[in-house]
Design a protein around this ligand. Structure first.
Ligand SMILES: Nc1nc2c(ncn2[C@@H]2O[C@H](COP(=O)(O)OP(=O)(O)OP(=O)(O)O)[C@@H](O)[C@H]2O)c(=O)[nH]1
Ligand SMILES: [Mg+2]
Length: 382
C-alpha cells in the first residue's frame, strides 16, 4: 500500500461516499505517488464508483470487490468456486440496476435509452438465471454434505471447529493437531474450503477437527449468503475454538468482529473456547497480562507447539462435562460394539467373564441410548 486517506464524517456523501474535498486530496495523492488503483474500505454504489473513476482518473474499487477477488483466487474446490461465483453475481446485480437508473436519467434521446435499457434487462435476466442455477447446485451439494454430517452424528464423534479472524493460525493449528498439510500462508483467506481431520486423544478417543474460511470485520453480506452452507457446519459443531492472533495490534477488534459474525450465523450459543495463538511472538509480561484479562483463555503457539497439551486437556474437559461412566455387560456375540465404544469414549476397565465382557466406560450422555440394551448396571458417576 502506497498511501492512505481517512475521513471521519457523520454521514456518507451520496456522490462520492467521501466529501469532495477529500476526493481532491485523494487525487493529488494518487498523482504524487503515481498510484494506479484506489481501494475504498467500504462498499461503493456503482454510480459512486463511476464518478470516482472519472474524477481521480485511476481504477477505483471497493472492499467487497477486493475481497471477492481474493476469494476467487483462493477457491480450489468445486463448491468453493460456486460459492464465490454466487457472491460475485450477487455483488453485480444491484450494480447493473444502478447503471440502469443512470442511463434512464441521462435520457439521451432516441437510440441511447431504449437499447441501453433493453441490454440491461437482458444482462439482468442472464445474471438472475445464473444466480438461481448456482443456488440450486450449491443446495444439492449441501444435501450431500448433510448426509455426511448425519453419518458423523450417527457415530457421535465430537466435532471441534476452528474459527477466527483470517490469518490467525487456524490451518497451522489443524496441521499441528492432526499432522495434516492444509495450506498455510501469511495471506488473507488462504482457506476457503472446510477441511475435516481426525485425531486420537487420551488413549484412543477420537475428535474431529474442522478448519474453515476466516472471518473479517464487515464481512461482505454477499459472502455470508454464499458461504452459508460452509458456515452452517460451524453451527453444527460441538465446540468452537476461537483462534486469536494475540500478536496482532488490533487483536481486540478482531475478536469483536468474529463475535459479530458468530451472531450473524447464529452460532453464538455454541460452546466457545478462546485460544490465543502466536504467543511465541509475545514477551512473557504480555502473555501474563493476557492471561489476567482472559482467565478462561488457552494460550498456545500453533507453530511451535506450545500449550497444545493444555488445549487438548481443556477440550476433553468440556466434552467430559457431557459424559457419564457406565458399566456394560456385552455378550461375546455382540462384541462388535466394542470398536464403537473405543472410538467414542474411554474404556477404563475390561473383565472377561464366562458369557460376556464387562466394561467400565466413559461415554457421552447422548450415546447412552445406543448401549441401553447392554444392561447398564449402574451409572457410576453422573
Ligand atoms: N509466529 C507464529 N506464527 C504463526 C503461528 N500460527 C500461525 N502462524 C503464521 O500465521 C500465518 C497464517 O497462518 P494460517 O494457519 O494460514 O492462518 P489461517 O487462520 O488458516 O488463515 P486463513 O486460512 O487465511 O483464514 C502463517 O504465516 C503462519 O505461519 C504461531 O503460533 N506463531
Ligand atoms: Mg487457513
Amino acid at each position: 500500500m502506497a498511501g492512505e486517506v481517512v475521513q471521519i464524517r457523520d454521514s456518507f456523501d451520496p456522490r462520492y461516499l467521501i466529501g469532495l474535498g477529500k476526493v481532491n486530496e485523494l487525487s493529488e495523492m494518487v498523482n504524487s505517488l503515481n498510484s494506479n488503483t484506489v481501494i475504498f474500505d467500504d462498499e461503493l454504489t456503482s454510480s459512486q464508483q463511476d464518478k470516482l473513476n472519472k474524477k481521480i482518473g485511476v481504477k477505483v474499487i471497493d472492499r467487497t470487490a477486493l475481497i471477492l477477488d481474493i476469494f476467487a483466487q483462493h477457491a480450489h474446490s468445486y463448491e468453493g468456486k460456486l460459492q464465490v461465483e454466487l457472491a460475485q453475481m450477487n455483488y453485480l446485480l444491484p450494480r447493473l440496476k444502478g447503471r440502469g437508473i443512470e442511463m434512464s436519467r441521462l435520457g439521451g434521446g432516441i437510440g441511447t435509452r431504449g437499447p441501453g435499457e433493453k441490454k440491461l434487462e437482458v444482462d439482468r435476466r442472464k445474471i438472475q438465471k445464473k444466480i438461481s442455477l448456482l443456488k440450486k447446485e450449491i443446495e444439492q451439494l449441501k444435501v450431500h454434505r448433510n448426509v455426511q454430517r448425519q453419518k458423523r452424528k450417527g457415530k457421535r464423534i465430537p466435532l471441534v471447529s476452528l474459527i477466527g479472524y483470517t490469518n490467525s493460525g487456524k490451518s497451522t493449528l489443524l496441521n499441528f493437531l492432526c499432522d495434516s498439510n492444509v495450506e498455510v500462508n501469511n495471506k488473507l483467506f488462504v482457506t476457503l474450503d472446510p477441511t475435516i481431520r481426525r485425531r486420537e486423544v487420551d488413549g484412543g478417543r477420537v475428535l474431529l477437527f474442522s478448519d474453515t474460511v476466516g472471518f473479517i470485520k464487515k464481512l461482505p453480506h454477499q459472502l455470508i449468503a454464499a458461504f452459508r452452507s460452509t458456515l452452517e457446519e460451524v453451527k453444527q459443531s460441538d465446540i468452537l475454538l476461537h483462534i486469536i492472533d494475540s500478536y496482532h495490534p488490533n487483536m481486540e477488534e478482531q475478536i469483536e468482529a468474529v463475535n459479530k459474525v458468530l451472531v450473524d450465523i447464529e452460532a453464538n450459543e455454541n460452546i466457545i473456547l478462546m485460544v490465543f495463538n502466536k504467543i511465541d511472538l509475545l514477551p512473557r509480561l504480555e502473555i501474563n497480562r493476557l492471561k489476567e484479562r482472559y482467565p478462561d483463555g488457552v494460550f498456545i503457539s500453533a507453530l511451535k507447539g506450545n500449550g497444545i497439551d493444555v488445549l487438548i486437556k481443556r477440550l476433553i474437559k468440556v466434552i467430559d462435562r457431557n459424559t457419564v461412566e457406565v458399566i456394560l455387560s456385552i455378550p461375546y456375540k455382540k462384541t462388535n460394539i466394542l470398536s464403537y465404544l473405543y472410538e467414542l469414549g474411554k474404556i477404563k476397565e475390561k473383565t472377561y467373564l464366562e458369557n460376556s465382557i464387562e466394561v467400565r466406560v466413559l461415554i457421552p450422555k447422548h450415546a447412552l441410548q445406543r448401549v441401553e440394551c447392554f444392561k447398564i448396571d449402574k451409572v457410576v458417576k453422573a
